[in-house]
Design a binder for this molecule. Structure first.
Ligand SMILES: Cc1ncc(COP(=O)(O)O)c(C=O)c1O
Length: 464
């Protein structure tokens, strides 16, 4: 008998989470203007809003915190972190930042100019936000298979080389400062990019003399998928795989809150001394001195250990298999979820789940709200609300997919929690025909509206 995976850790400390009633939750979500970001955490039973900064640190990381060197300049923790980053990524230069979007802000301050095009694979919203904020355009070159939720493609995060080359040939080179490859690709469902694709993108970029950067928030999970799905990598370690793919690029931005296994932090790592020097000026302005950026010494110390732990196979196996367990249970119940399952999250296909709610009434948001009301579970909409308005026409952008993302924090919830989540969704799925109306927006920010948007529940459908 093949033995199942088991977590390569045991529990040393627990944190209570509160259950509430459906009536309480109905009241709370209304008061929160039907925006799940507005709920205070004690009103949530299982929090799947994000896997970002919500994981559990190990005893080794907590021990490292005690050794944190809080010196303003030349911190030992900075040096330790620099060494680990060099070991794992191969990149020589490194700038600490307070989180991933800060790394984007600093790097893009150097590289992105008005009118530029930045091709990539379904850019994450903060990445796109930082590009559009500079009056540049993010061009999505993801393969078409990524937009079909039922196709079993092992690497749905891949870039379509033809789409990418078209951007290169149809635009002057100086309009394309770099290509950004998100590994794994959050916006297309936590889907990985294959080594073959990374190599090919790198080759194409080199032939047009355009740099390649990685948005590396979940690079270790991407490496796990390469190891388990791509021919030729079964016997290669996660660390070797990561080192190989990073070698095909010029640098990376990192949200350490994911595969850094810490609650806060980020960094830029790269090869070019020139870009490093220019970025250093912005880092000092926006983040802090070069040897701490936006981070405490103790957080850099914990991150150095976290990066090592996150690139261990046994940890990654238990992480990815836990997510897959939830996906399999939901599939068993008939709930439409994105296939194959993502590395950090399960994505429910709201277009298939509640086609009865019109798209202009934010059906994925409506489903996320129902999930909270019925089970106290907080997921997040990855659909029209997140896609925001077109910066020029100000019209709603309707993405191909309307998803509810259930992001699983690392080393935090048990398999029983996964069973509970699946049961709640099954109950909602069984009564889905009753859902006819959604929500309208009554207030929204000009950019990245999903964090603060306010909704009103509508009683009469806008469907004509
Ligand atoms: C792929 C990707 N890039 C960038 C970021 C931004 O990182 P942070 O939240 O640390 O600012 C995220 C956050 O979720 C992400 O998933």
């Amino acid at each position: 008998m093949k033995l199942p995976y088991a977590e390569p850790y045991k529990i040393k400390m627990v944190e209570s989470i509160k259950r509430s009633t459906k009536e309480q939750r109905k009241k709370w979500i209304k008061k929160a203007h039907y925006n799940l970001f507005n709920l205070t955490s004690e009103k949530v039973f299982i929090d799947l809003l994000t896997d970002s900064g919500t994981g559990a640190m190990s005893d080794q990381q907590w021990a490292a915190m005690m050794t944190g060197d809080e010196s303003y300049a030349g911190s030992q923790s900075y040096l330790k972190l620099k060494k680990v980053i060099k070991k794992i990524t191969g990149y020589t230069y490194f700038l600490p930042t307070h989180q991933g979007r800060a790394a984007e802000n600093v790097l893009f301050s150097v590289l992105v100019k008005e009118g530029n095009l930045v091709p990539g694979n379904s850019h994450f919203d903060t990445t796109k936000g930082h590009i559009e904020f500079r009056k540049a355009t993010a061009v999505d070159c993801t393969i078409d298979e990524a937009f079909n939720t039922t196709i079993h493609h092992p690497f749905k995060g891949n870039i379509d080389l033809e789409k990418l080359e078209k951007v290169f040939t149809e635009n002057p080179k100086d309009k394309i400062p770099f290509v950004i490859l998100t590994i794994t690709c959050n916006s297309s469902g936590g889907q990985p990019v294959s080594m073959k694709n990374i190599k090919a993108v790198s080759k194409l970029c080199k032939s047009y003399d355009i740099p390649l950067f990685f948005d590396s928030a979940r690079f270790a999970e991407n490496a796990y998928f390469i190891k388990t799905r791509e021919k030729g990598y079964m016997d290669t370690s996660i660390k070797e795989i990561a080192k190989e793919f990073f070698s095909y690029g010029d640098g990376m931005t990192m949200s350490a809150k994911k595969d850094g296994l810490v609650n806060m932090g980020g960094f830029i790592a790269l090869n070019s001394e020139k870009i490093y020097k220019e970025a250093s000026v912005f880092n000092i302005m926006y983040e802090g001195f070069l040897t701490y950026g936006g981070m405490n010494g103790r957080d850099m110390a914990a991150l150095a250990v976290g990066l090592d732990e996150a690139t261990e196979f046994n940890y990654l196996e238990s992480r990815i298999e836990q997510v897959a367990y939830l996906g399999k249970k939901l599939t068993e119940y008939g709930v439409p979820v994105l296939q194959p399952f993502g590395g950090h999250a399960i994505f429910i296909d709201a277009n298939k789940f509640v086609p009865t709610i019109p798209r202009n009434e934010y059906r994925a948001q409506a489903l996320a709200i129902e999930l909270y009301i019925i089970g106290g579970i907080r997921g997040v909409e990855i659909g029209t609300v997140l896609a925001d308005r077109d910066p020029f026409t100000r019209k709603n952008r309707y993405p191909e997919l309307e998803l509810v993302r259930l992001a699983i924090p690392r080393r935090t919830y048990s398999l029983n929690h996964m069973k509970y989540i699946a049961s709640v969704l099954k109950n909602i799925y069984d009564t889905r025909q009753k859902a006819k109306t959604g929500y309208i927006i009554v207030d929204e920010a000009p950019i990245m509206r999903h964090f603060t948007v306010k909704f009103k529940k509508i009683k009469k459908s806008t469907r004509k």
